[in-house]
Design a protein around this ligand. Structure first.
Ligand SMILES: Cc1cc2nc3c(=O)[nH]c(=O)nc-3n(C[C@H](O)[C@H](O)[C@H](O)COP(=O)(O)OP(=O)(O)OC[C@H]3O[C@@H](n4cnc5c(N)ncnc54)[C@H](O)[C@@H]3O)c2cc1C
Length: 400
């Protein structure tokens, strides 16, 4: 099959041909990921969402697709530690168009944790952790937010670290930490009591003094287990303090990369909700014909598709810039803000065109609709990302 036909078949929603830049190797891995998600995950996501359980063991099977480390992803980029940013964007589209919880679980492991090691670790620390995270031998998470400090974490972070001999002693609490209860590797951000700087410590799952309680009764991302972590005199050897995290500016460096991931995740949900709505309106009859034949319904799905193309455009151009080494805080913040806004209205329209059935899990749009609220607020709320863009535009920081 000709490449253009193959791309059209794989990405019918990609009207402006953003997928053209993907290599054959990347397309093969993306197809493998799609097969895994369609065959092994899609049939079980609603049931797990309802039970508020994550299909943890089954999801780990995704490692076999080579999602982070297949040699096919490194053809022509030998020596690189990460696949291309374009592949990364399309990977989030694949994950999130099936389910936002699966994509979120991936982002804490393959995005936040992995990037924290790559950007915060010394060469020896990267060698120690990165390959095992890439192969999923070790599952990771990202411990920044605290019960009393969310948006103001930069100045407010209260968890402490104290150097005692060749060890660090960590005390404090973390909240909302995705995948924390099952993680082998927990990067925890804490303030050094001696110099007041924020540093990052790799706490191992099961360490004495570490306890994790999963947050219950969520109405969004119900599958993801978000942990409330308590650290009581948890000891971390000095060799596991990430050498290149020495202040909040280094945390911001990590977030510049991972906020782009959430922009891509929002794009994937926009695609998923549009696909689910189209499926429904092509099958449902009212007034003696398919919903898809009514003008008002078509206008709504046309708007949804416009959001698909707009969010893809933000994602792909941001990915291209990051591939060339341009990581600007305001660019990631703008993409996260824009794509989450467009996703939020798209999932609501998707719910709307499915009528009453749009509030049941059977039509999939209900899950996107509920989950969209969490994506809108995590990894920088709408307001915080808007304030980052506002500071760039006006030169005035208006956070406080
Ligand atoms: C499902 C989920 C998963 C998450 N996963 C993780 C994770 O894995 N690791 C992690 O570290 N964190 C995680 N988080 C935390 C997330 O990043 C925070 O929820 C987010 O930063 C917002 O903090 P907050 O919830 O404390 O809200 P708050 O900071 O209390 O904000 C409440 C409201 O006030 C607004 N507000 C705050 N300050 C200002 C201001 N200066 N100007 C205008 N408006 C303002 C906010 O925009 C928001 O609308 C997760 C959160 C959720 C919901």
């Amino acid at each position: 099959m000709a490449r253009s036909e193959k791309l059209k078949e794989m990405y019918p929603f990609d009207m402006y041909a953003f997928a053209n830049g993907l290599t054959e190797g990347e397309l093969t891995v993306l197809q493998n990921v799609r097969n895994f998600l369609e065959n092994d995950m899609k049939p079980v996501v609603n049931e797990h969402w309802e039970k508020a359980e994550f299909p943890f063991e089954a999801f780990k099977g995704i490692a076999e697709t080579g999602i982070m480390n297949s040699p096919l992803l490194f053809e022509g980029r030998e020596g690189a530690r990460k696949p291309s940013e374009l592949y990364n964007a399309f990977l989030y589209f694949e994950l999130a168009k099936v389910d936002a919880s699966l994509a979120t679980f991936y982002t804490v492991h393959g995005g936040l944790c992995y990037n924290t090691i790559l950007l915060g670790g010394s060469e020896a620390q990267i060698e120690k952790y990165a390959p095992k995270i890439a192969s999923w031998e070790w599952q990771g998470c990202f411990g920044l937010t605290e019960p009393d400090h969310g948006s103001d974490i930069a100045g407010g972070l209260a968890t402490t670290a104290e150097k005692v001999g060749d060890k660090w002693v960590i005390n404090g609490e973390k909240r909302w930490i995705g995948g924390a209860s099952t993680a082998d590797v927990l990067p925890i951000f804490a303030r050094d009591k001696a110099d007041g700087k924020i540093k990052c410590f790799i706490v191992k799952g099961g360490s004495p003094g570490l306890s994790v309680e999963n947050i219950k009764h969520k109405v969004a991302l119900r599958q993801v287990q978000n942990g409330h972590i308590t650290l009581e005199n948890v000891e971390v050897p000095d060799e596991d303090r990430l050498e290149n995290v020495n202040g909040f500016k280094d945390v911001a460096r990590i977030l510049r990369s991972t906020r782009a991931d959430i922009a891509h995740l929002a794009t994937g949900m926009t695609i998923g909700a549009t696909e689910a709505a189209l499926k429904y309106i092509k099958e449902r009859d009212q007034f003696g014909r398919k919903l898809s034949g009514f003008q008002l319904v078509q206008e709504k799905v046309a708007r949804m598709q416009a959001n698909v193309v707009a969010t893809m455009a933000y994602s792909i151009q941001l990915a291209n810039m990051q591939e060339q080494g341009h990581f600007l805080e305001e660019n990631s913040a703008l993409a996260k803000m824009h794509n989450a806004m467009r996703m939020r209205e798209t999932v609501a329209w998707g719910r709307e065109v499915c009528g009453g059935n749009g509030i049941t899990l059977e039509t999939d749009v209900a899950r996107f609709f509920a989950d969209g609220e969490a994506i809108y607020s995590y990894e920088g709320t709408h307001e915080i990302n808007a304030l980052i863009v506002g500071r760039f535009l006006t030169g005035v920081g208006a956070f406080v």
